[in-house]
Ligand binder design. Sequence first.
Ligand code: XMP
Length: 517
Amino acid sequence: MITILDFGSQYTQLIARRVREANVYCEIHPYNVDPAIIAELAPEGVILSGGPSSVYDDDAPKPAAAALSLDVPYLGICYGMGLLAHDAGGHVARAAQREYGPATLVANNGGSSDALFNGLEGNLGQVWMSRADRLEQLPAGWQAIASSDNSPYAAIRTADGRRYGLQFHPEVVHSQRGRTMLENFLFKVCGAKADWTPASFVDAACERIREQVGSRQVVCGLSGGVDSTVTAALIEKAVPGQLTCVFVDNGLLRLNEAEQVCRELGEPFFGDDFVHVDSTDLFLDALAGVSDPEQKRKIIGRTFIEVFDEAAKSAERTKPHAELLAQGTLYPDVIESVSVKGPSATIKSHHNVGGLPAHMNLELVEPLRELFKDEVRAVGAVLGLPHELLWRHPFPGPGLAVRLLGDIVREDLAMLREADAIFIEEIRRADLYDKIWQAFAVLLPIRTVGVQGDYRTYDRVVALRAITSEDGMTADWFRFPDEVLARSSARIANEVSGVSRVVYDISSKPPATVEWE
Ligand code: XMP
């Protein structure tokens, strides 16, 4: 495995992804992690990320000396390079001119045969600079293996080839050969093996789950989304018969979704360990007359806990009491909470269904804690989960309640479901589903005038929303070919009775949010 020490770069996660994509396991730790933890992980190499600071600042982030003196290869990127050089007695100073953007990397005499540039045949291509500092003087015993117009020391190393520094960012796509350089560091310099695969993860994860769970029982809330489904499927594989997965139909799911989850996941993957609770009436009654979005979220969260608690209790009629709760926590959430920047005060908090009641007193099992979303999908594929489910757009916990603006009325829910299904069907037909991060319909609480046949109508408006995004934190509206919007609009107005007007939402986030409520 490879350890990545984070100095607060916006690209740290990207470094981790590149390493994982090369099938090498890696973990990100804050730069000031206890060196004993790193030593215990026994990494085959250490990568130091970039960061916003300068090594010569008084308050520059510096790891403990022991973290910089393990007997393994080190690769410092940008700030990380400055740190390695500074540590070895080199001189780093503020550059007269900041350098951002592309630069052409040229190998120095002998540099083209360096292990880091293996397979590139001296053609190092364009690299991406983003720096305000500059190495003015190489430390003794170091040499420059490549340079750019503005950086005589764009790539440096020690004579024994155990320490490398790169002034540019090999992890970003704009560094054309950066991926190869990182892979060379992993395989040629560190001697790592490409044995981190979804299948090897499944074996290791099952082993760990068995160890943690022992003979105890586990409960898991299954929403039909990727994370909870893969979590449940892993637990079921590791400790069959010891899992109860509870699928709560809150009456706010998409068209035929509950049936689909039961048919495609319930019986085939979990058999008797799957419990379907149809609590439509309970949720919709609790939501009656409520139009405030935050109020809706609170009621749904609270009702979910009641239903889940009840379902777990009734499972105890046939199974022993569950002591563990399985959750689909992913690596980005884990990193966020240990990040050098500290847990960020993002707007994410409301996205998780509120905690479970303390009296349930459950120990957590989080088998996906080490994975990025795309790795979760790859693991799901190894477990045989349906492709359509693994690649489904994200769907909010409060479901259609936040897409039916204002009061939740059953007839309106039916209208919204039909409009949404038509939109998604047209997107799939145009083969655009996988290019879009999230797409859905919203039913507005207003009526507008229309004309159908010879009659004037006074009917509802459906808004269509489709976005591209990396993580839901920022988003842009999706540029559809005209015909897809035209067909969706015509079909919705014709097929969904009560709707006479369709609009397309062209707001980005910020300033808008993805959901309308
Ligand atoms: P917003 O609307 O905050 O949405 O821009 C960003 C992403 O989060 C989803 N979302 C939610 N997910 N519970 C959830 O589980 C919620 O209350 C919630 N609100 C928004 C939204 O669908 C988008 O993917």
